[in-house]
Design a protein around this ligand. Structure first.
Ligand code: ADP
Length: 454
């Protein structure tokens, strides 16, 4: 069953049940109190008749005459002896004489059905002329009571219909109103599936209700998906573009080898060197691309206690060995411990130190400082620097300031984007301050995490 029909059905059925319960209660309460009032009324008439009989004499003739005068319309008054004999019975409806008699010494009231009609009866004890106790029975029809009940039934029935019908339509309108944005969402999702495009749904900007909120969340999600999709596409296109260059170099050198290799030995050496360099570059690039694709985030990190000073000194030693230039590390060893992924932190330092070496021919200065809340690593070189206009882009994938210049240094343009991903996974920040021709300073700030924080 469709959701809309279900909402309409549930709300109408629950309203119907509620109405039935309320109407039944009203009906039975009214029935109870009105019937009691009717019985009270008949009893008081019976008492009045009994008092009059006691006052004006209660022999058979006086009684008949008096009772004849106070007989209720379509009712009956009669005297019942202890032995169920009826000495006096006055009525205009002779059939009523067939109503069963029953003697009682107490005052009683009752209601019963006779000949398809409802009657109320009240019995009052009276001392008869011969001194015996008889029961004066006053029987009156409850036609007005029945009529009132009939009207009440009609009113309750009409009131129920008057409530039910509009509420049925209201429930339908409400379910349509609620389902409209959901339907829009479903149809947009279908369009996305069929056409393979990212689409948003139209939402009333002012609306603040949950449905508009749902629409906004959906649009936000689509935006994110689109952004990620575009990024992914950009990444694939950049990657293939970047891989094309070394592949072209390799293929042209291998063609050169095929053609001249046997005749010109100097070509063999040049080609072998070029092929080796480019394949190294490709290897490095694919490794870096894999690192980026695996995505750095807090969940993929393996946290342990890391002394940043030791990590920096360790990495510095390796870089010094490769570049044969000193890396000066300054720091206080005791308070530079934090929870971090040691492997990733070393990778981050390696990228920054290597860049510092690649883009300068002087020494590199590294400092690690710590406060209670954060650790700061500064990597300063006195190299070529980065033009101010390029600085905002250096953390983007495959971005290189000067492609020709960087080909010589063997850069891939992925190092700083990996560094940024590592820093962000540690909830830190990375910034650069650089002057072209004078050098650059990279600053990494990491929040200090205590061992028991995770
Ligand atoms: P690459 O592998 O090309 O070094 P990176 O992502 O590490 O890629 O760096 C991006 C670009 O930023 C580099 O190509 C380079 O032009 C510039 N760059 C990075 N670090 C430095 C630095 N210390 N000095 C000058 N330029 C730098």
């Amino acid at each position: 069953m469709k959701l809309g029909h279900r909402i309409t059905l549930y709300s109408t059925v629950s309203l119907l049940v509620l109405l039935l319960a309320v109407n039944t209660s009203i009906y039975y309460l009214f029935h109870h109190y009105t019937l009691n009032a009717e019985l009270e009324r008949v009893l008081s008439q019976s008492r009045t008749a009994a008092e009059a009989l006691q006052t004006y004499g209660n022999d058979q003739e006086t009684a008949a005459a008096y009772m004849g005068a106070s007989i209720p319309e379509n009712g009956l008054i009669r005297i019942i002896r202890e032995n169920e004999e009826v000495p006096v019975s006055v009525t205009k409806e002779f059939a009523l004489n067939n109503i069963e008699t029953s003697f009682t010494r107490q005052e009683t009231t009752a209601h019963f059905e006779f000949g398809g009609e409802l009657f109320a009866s009240a019995r009052t004890p009276v001392i008869w002329a011969d001194g015996s106790i008889v029961s004066l029975e006053f029987i009156a029809p409850l036609a007005a009571f029945e009529e009132t009940l009939g009207i009440l039934r009609l009113i309750l029935g009409i009131a129920s219909i008057v409530i039910l019908v509009p509420s049925f339509f209201a429930a339908r309108a409400l379910s349509r109103f609620i389902l409209a944005p959901i339907k829009a969402l479903v149809s947009t999702m279908n369009e996305i599936r069929d056409e393979g495009t990212f689409k948003k749904i139209t939402i009333e900007e002012k609306s603040k209700d949950e449905l508009a909120e749902m629409g906004r969340t959906f649009n936000h999600m689509i935006e994110l998906l689109k952004k990620n999709f575009d990024k992914q596409r950009q990444f694939v296109s950049d990657a293939s573009h970047e891989l094309k260059t070394p592949l072209t170099v390799i293929s042209s050198y291998s063609r050169l080898l095929k053609r001249w290799g046997s005749e010109r030995p100097e070509v063999v050496e040049e080609a072998a060197n070029a092929i080796d360099t480019e394949s190294q570059r490709m290897k490095e690039m694919t490794n870096q691309m894999l690192a980026l694709a695996s995505g750095e985030n807090e969940e993929t990190l393996h946290f342990s206690r890391v002394n940043l000073c030791e990590a920096a000194a360790d990495t510095a030693r390796k870089i010094e060995a490769v570049y044969n230039r000193p890396v000066n590390v300054q720091c206080s060893k005791d308070n530079s411990v934090t929870l971090a992924d040691e492997g990733k932190i070393k990778q981050l330092l390696f990228i920054l130190f290597e860049n510092g070496m690649k883009y300068s021919d002087k020494e590199l200065d590294v400092s690690v400082t710590a406060t209670d809340k954060r650790l700061t690593i500064k990597v300063k070189d006195n190299g070529i620097g980065i033009p101010e206009s390029e600085q905002p882009h250096i953390f983007e994938r495959f971005f290189r300031v000067d492609k020709a210049r960087n080909r010589k240094t063997g850069g891939t343009g992925l190092g700083l984007s990996i560094a940024k991903a590592i820093v962000e996974a540690h909830k830190g920040s990375i910034t650069v301050a650089s002057t072209e021709g004078h050098g650059s300073e990279f600053t990494v700030v990491l929040p200090r995490k205590e061992v028991n924080e995770r």
